[in-house]
Design a protein around this ligand. Structure first.
Ligand code: AMP
Length: 398
């Protein structure tokens, strides 16, 4: 059975095609900078040493998926003759409120529920839905499955997910911490236990998913007990364009001072804040590091604020779990930004976290990056949300 996995972000789209009888990856790829200058698709057929890269204008997720289909069926670097060979499509979906605690087959009713959840995840559910609609249009007879970011965090105890606001708001509106990136946190925690050869149920792990969206999770005996994102993916760490934690009184203060509606302010906190807001340069850490090299002070400040918040959560979760055995970095920044991992881990030696500066010089490959005398094993583990999504899709589509 061949499963296509689609992971649509706001400006990027990752895909993988897997043969599930043996979980073999047939092809994978990445579309970057959708709707921006220089959008491109990089397609990799398993077994071929050369990647195929094409720079082409892609103004929408539908255009991006058309390019994915062309790449998968291409005579030279394709892996299927036609899309009819694909048995099911698994979609990463960010927020389903309290509606689904597990993955589901996508129906018109499910789409309606996800549309209702757009206001909870305004940056994410819309591109997720665009991906679903484009696939339904281009592959009308193929079953589709939705796999939710929120599912893994359902094990949090009430003291971690209840906000200290009138309890009726939780009862009436389901206002609570949900957490996101669950598929990624689960995957890297399981890999960390495998790599260390220790039973996941005997471990305390802190997983740092540091991408354009970023979150930290505390995972005790295989179960998530706390995570930094909240009711929406706006809470927690400083992110590419999102503010993360702040005093809620700031929202009405900005609204009054700038004569903006509350939803406009929230929009600014989602789209114009984070390291982009602080630096005024970019949400992309590669651009920020270039700017720092050119002497841009605010870009340097943005990176420091980001690292400060990651360290803050690491400390908090060590306290919550009364210790930690493994610290894992994953996602775009966690996997590639050697400098940022170094800044985050610096001066955590008293907590048993000692980074090996030589081993840390690694990108995109599962590696233990702690010193031999570090009590906590620090790891860089490329995330594989796609494999987790493919497993759920396979299980439901079978
Ligand atoms: P993700 O959301 O996981 O795809 O991560 C995307 C983010 O990872 C980008 O916006 C960059 O900030 C960061 N990133 C990707 N590659 C690198 C790199 N080589 N060095 C530093 N940051 C990177």
């Amino acid at each position: 059975m061949k499963i296509l996995v689609i992971n649509c972000g706001s400006s990027s789209l990752k895909y993988q095609l897997l043969e599930m009888s043996n979980e073999n990856l047939l092809a994978k790829g990445l579309v970057e900078r959708i709707g921006d200058k220089g959008s491109s698709i990089t397609h990799e057929k398993t077994g071929l040493s050369e990647k195929f890269k094409s720079v082409a204008p892609m103004n929408s997720h539908r255009e991006a998926i058309s390019h994915v289909i062309s790449a998968l069926t291409d005579e030279e670097h394709g892996v299927v003759l036609s899309m009819n060979e694909i048995n099911a499509v698994g979609h990463r979906v960010v927020h389903a409120g309290e509606n689904y605690a597990g993955s589901v087959m996508i129906t018109a009713e499910v789409i309606k529920v996800l549309e209702d959840c757009v206001e909870l995840a305004p940056l994410h559910n819309p591109p997720n839905l665009l991906g679903i609609h484009a696939c339904v249009e281009l592959m009308p007879n193929t079953p589709m499955v939705a796999v939710f970011d929120t599912a893994f965090h359902q094990t949090m105890p009430p003291e971690a997910y209840i906000y200290a606001i009138p309890f009726g708001y939780y009862q009436k509106y389901g206002i609570r911490k949900y957490g996101f990136h669950g598929t990624s946190h689960k995957y890297v925690a399981e890999r960390a236990a495998d790599i260390m050869g220790v039973n996941l149920n005997d471990m305390k792990i802190i997983t740092c998913h540091l991408g354009n969206g970023a979150s930290v999770s505390a995972i005790k005996r295989g179960k998530c007990i706390d995570t930094s994102m909240g009711f929406t993916p706006l809470e927690g760490l400083v992110m590419g364009t999102r503010s993360g934690d702040l005093d809620p009184a700031i929202v009405s203060y900005i609204s009054k001072k700038e004569n903006l509606s509350l939803s406009d302010v929230i929009d600014k906190l989602n789209k114009e804040s984070g390291v982009l807001g602080i630096s005024g340069v970019s949400s992309d850490f590669r651009d920020l590091e270039i700017a720092v090299g050119e002497g841009n002070k605010r870009a340097g400040l943005a990176l420091k604020v980001f690292a400060h918040k990651v360290r803050f959560y690491i400390g908090a979760y060590i306290a919550e779990m009364n210790g930690v055995d493994a610290l894992v970095f994953t996602a775009g920044i966690g996997e590639n930004d050697i400098n940022m991992r170094d800044i985050i881990c610096s001066e955590l030696g008293n907590l048993g976290i000692k980074l090996d500066l030589i081993k840390n010089k690694v990108k995109g490959k599962e590696t233990i990056i702690s010193r031999d005398d570090s009590r906590v094993t620090i790891m860089m583990i490329p995330t594989n949300e796609e494999l987790m999504i493919a497993r759920d899709t396979y299980a439901l589509a079978k």
